[in-house]
Design a protein around this ligand. Structure first.
Ligand SMILES: O=c1cc[nH]c(=O)[nH]1
Length: 421
């Protein structure tokens, strides 16, 4: 139709991304994952380490948890980059189609949760700057609308037009300003104890792990199989370390629980906070977009906007009613579900199958259900739960990851051995 003003962007669903859309290079992934790694919710998570840890302990944990978690994130993303498939589809050869549906449902729930927390932290922070409690609902509606526009634009426009041209530079400038002030202020908290280092590590690792079920939804647009790995690893490690540590320092100098209030107490803090809020929208975008891509793993014909609109609406309602104090619990639940899941993925893909999967195994050749993978996932879940309940001081992330990885390796080798005999 001539004169059609609004043209819908192309929609990439469950099929492999075509060659002409595989345009993102390592530097694009650096910007993308740096931008997704920064945010108010990351600062807020960093603040949870204070007052229990000292600043030196907070730095050590932020750095080690970020390196470890980002390495797993980049590894998981390299599967999507190689085959051009989104994350939930990348699970089909490993868990079977029905197994991947189970992961999809869990991921969908976490993404509605993330969208709600993102909308909440943005509207609460904005109402601190302008309008107070009475304006909170207006801010909530405005941010929901901005996220809707971004989500309808699709992932390529989002990376190339929104992040690289605009959002990341704003947030970089404001974060340098906040960091300068934080480092030149007096730290009041000296570490009261009460949070074991291993548990703090769980809190840091949970953040990159929470992106693992989304990673290939973006990394499938990679020019080459390997170009996403380095950009993702470096971009996310830098951002996650910086923001967890900065969140801890801000809490230690201000003594405030809500991170936006800490930023506002700094000189020109309001301006810096506005810049961070602009960049925060990209996290909510990613949550909403991936909720649609994930659900298409089960309902491939469902148009993305039909998922995006209800997800934003439901999340906005949750954001209005649910307090931010549920955030720590939410982070630990994500760790419990997805750390063992990706222990299985890494083990099966890199160790058992040695990166050797045919493209058809993601589609018509996919098994229905791979029982050994579900069993290994369950082993890791059990280990996480037992440690979290009975031995919390041990920290559950690393033991849970290793137990599902080893279980999958042992069961996989055993089955391959049986196949050969
Ligand atoms: O918004 C966010 C933040 C961290 N991880 C997510 O998956 N989404």
């Amino acid at each position: 139709m001539p004169g059609k003003l609004l043209r819908a962007p192309p929609e990439w669903g469950v099929e492999p991304v075509s060659e002409d859309a595989r345009i993102l290079r390592a530097i694009d992934f650096f910007f993308l994952w740096f931008s997704l790694g920064v945010g108010l919710l990351v600062l807020q998570a960093g603040a949870l380490m204070i007052p229990s840890l000292t600043i030196e302990q907070a730095l050590l944990i932020s750095l080690s948890g970020s390196i470890l978690g980002s390495l797993l994130l980049a590894l998981a993303g390299s599967i999507g980059s190689k085959y051009g498939v989104p994350t939930m589809v990348s699970l089909r050869p490993i868990f079977g189609t029905y197994g991947s549906y189970l992961a999809t449902i869990l991921n969908f729930i976490q993404l509605v949760g993330w969208t709600a927390f993102e909308l909440k932290v943005m509207s609460d922070s904005a109402s601190l700057i302008f309008g107070g409690e009475t304006f909170r609902i207006l801010w909530l509606v405005l941010f929901s609308f901005i996220v809707l526009i971004l989500a309808i634009g699709g992932p390529l426009a989002f990376v190339r037009k929104w992040i690289e041209r605009f959002a990341v530079w704003l947030v970089l400038l404001s974060t340098i300003w906040i960091t300068y002030q934080a480092f030149t202020s007096e730290v009041r908290s000296q570490g009261t104890g009460g949070l074991p280092l291993t548990l703090a590590l769980d809190l840091v690792i949970a953040m990159p792990i929470s992106w693992m079920p989304l990673v290939s939804d973006y990394n499938r647009f990679s020019v080459r199989g390997r170009s996403s790995f380095l950009g993702t690893l470096v971009g996310y490690t830098v951002a996650n370390t910086w923001f967890y540590f900065l969140g801890a320092i801000l809490a230690a100098i201000s003594g405030q629980q809500f991170i936006a209030a800490s930023i506002l107490s700094l000189y020109l803090g309001g301006v810096a906070l506005i810049a961070i809020l602009v960049d925060e929208t990209d996290n909510a975008y990613a949550d909403v977009y991936s909720s649609a891509v994930s659900l298409q793993n089960i309902f491939p014909k469902l148009r993305q906007w039909k998922i995006i609109v209800p997800v934003i609406s439901i999340s906005a309602v949750i954001a209005f009613f649910v307090p931010l104090s549920n955030y720590e619990w939410f982070l630990l639940m994500i760790g419990a579900s997805f750390i063992p899941l990706f222990g299985v993925v890494i083990s099966e893909y890199f160790l058992v199958r040695r990166s050797n999967i045919e493209l058809g195994e993601f589609y018509e050749g996919a098994p229905k259900l791979v029982r050994r993978s579900i069993a290994s996932w369950f082993v890791g879940l059990l280990v996480y739960s037992v440690i979290a309940v009975y031995f919390p001081d041990l920290g559950a992330s690393v033991p849970s990851f290793l137990s599902s990885l080893l279980a999958q390796y042992a069961l996989g080798r055993w089955e391959l051995g049986l196949d050969r005999s």
